[in-house]
Design a binder for this molecule. Structure first.
Ligand code: UT7
Length: 324
């Protein structure tokens, strides 16, 4: 009989649209300013997809980069879990488009919808499937084109988001043979908070795609409380202390949320990976985008303890502790 399995991150990759839009450029379209956006959010620029760049194309580029980083052939992947709230089509799952583009036809492929916590939900789902032996190698992708669901007349939301994709490759390994892998994860949802962050359209209600609507100040308040709570749960489950954590890779919604959460937990600010200044809020893509950026610039290294966390529409929220 085989022993316990653990899901180990073997590679990461990311992709951004070609077009970068600065706050100053946005201020030419809507009544806002670079000063307001930087002071309230920390965002300086975001990437916006062209017509030819879609959630699937960005996801495919990120997944390809992650496979190259891992040194794995696409055909060796037997599970693709793609987190998105902006799929190419209502159906089929964008994951199946990515599967075909990569050339790993035949493997399990599906999307998960948990908005900004989507990557945490996808990672945890893939981890559970790897540990039960349903698959051996998984691509976990967060990919979004939120620019397509923004109300460009609404300055309270349109300045906050960007497009992009990030991916990791997981492999099931014998837990006795490695210290690396996903150690503990927790996920939560609270459907009672629907109206604080949602899209006002959909196939079953309006038959339109709809636009993102958010009561930002209230989301902010819930985010800091929920994130601090779930981080505490994962730290306790894993039996580690805050000081053991080398890096926190948070969902990149607002620099002030990152700082407030870090302060609440007593994690030093220089352990927080921040990319919200460059990418803005890319929803499900933000955690794997930030993770890949910090791995590639040499900050996050093999053997280190890394915490992922996110909170988003639903509400949904979660955290996951991983040793690289
Ligand atoms: O990814 C999912 C999770 N999402 C989040 O975590 C988002 C959480 N929320 C936030 O990040 C912040 O609440 C925002 C960045 C959305 C807003 O910051 P805030 O400090 O909560 O500002 P506010 O909404 O209270 O607005 C303050 C003022 C208002 O004017 P008055 O009513 O005080 O006169 C707004 O009309 O700022 C005004 N305002 C703007 N001004 C210039 C709102 N948006 C803009 C803008 N440019 N883009």
């Amino acid at each position: 009989m085989s022993g316990a399995l653990r899901s180990v991150i073997r590679g990461s990759g990311s992709a951004l649209p070609a077009q970068c839009v600065t706050n100053a450029q946005l201020a030419e379209r809507v009544d806002t300013s670079d000063e307001w956006i930087v002071e309230r959010t920390g965002i300086r620029q975001r990437y916006i997809a062209s017509e030819s760049e879609t959630t699937a194309s960005l996801a495919t580029d990120a997944a390809r980069a992650a496979l190259e980083d891992a040194g794995f052939e696409p055909a060796s992947i037997d599970l693709i879990v793609l987190a998105t709230a902006t799929p190419d089509n209502t159906f089929p799952a964008t994951a199946t488009k990515v599967q075909h583009a990569l050339g790993c036809n035949g493997c399990i492929a599906f999307d998960v919808a948990a908005v900004c916590s989507g990557f945490l939900y996808a990672l945890t789902t893939a981890d559970a499937m790897l540990r039960t032996g349903m698959a051996k190698r998984a691509l976990v992708i967060g990919a979004e084109t939120f620019s397509r669901i923004l109300d460009w007349e609404d300055r309270t939301t349109c300045v906050l988001f960007g497009d992009g994709a990030g991916a990791v490759v997981l492999e099931a390994q014998d837990a006795d043979a490695t210290r690396a892998g996903i150690i503990a994860s927790r996920l939560h949802a609270d459907g009672a908070q629907h109206d604080l962050l949602y899209v006002d359209g959909g196939p079953s209600t309006t038959q339109t795609v709809g636009h993102l609507r958010m009561k930002g100040r209230e989301v902010f308040r819930h985010a800091v409380v929920n994130l601090a709570e779930v981080l505490g749960e994962v730290i306790a489950d894993a039996g580690v202390s805050v000081a053991d954590i080398d890096w926190v890779v948070p969902h990149q919604a607002n620099r002030r949320i990152l700082d407030a959460t870090a302060k609440k937990l007593g994690i030093s600010e220089d352990k927080i990976v921040v990319t919200v200044d460059r990418h803005a809020n890319t929803s499900a893509a933000s955690v794997p985008l930030a993770f890949d950026a910090a791995r590639r610039d040499g900050r996050i290294q093999s053997g280190q303890l890394v915490m992922f966390e996110a909170m988003g529409g639903g509400f949904t929220w979660g955290a996951s502790l991983v040793r690289l």
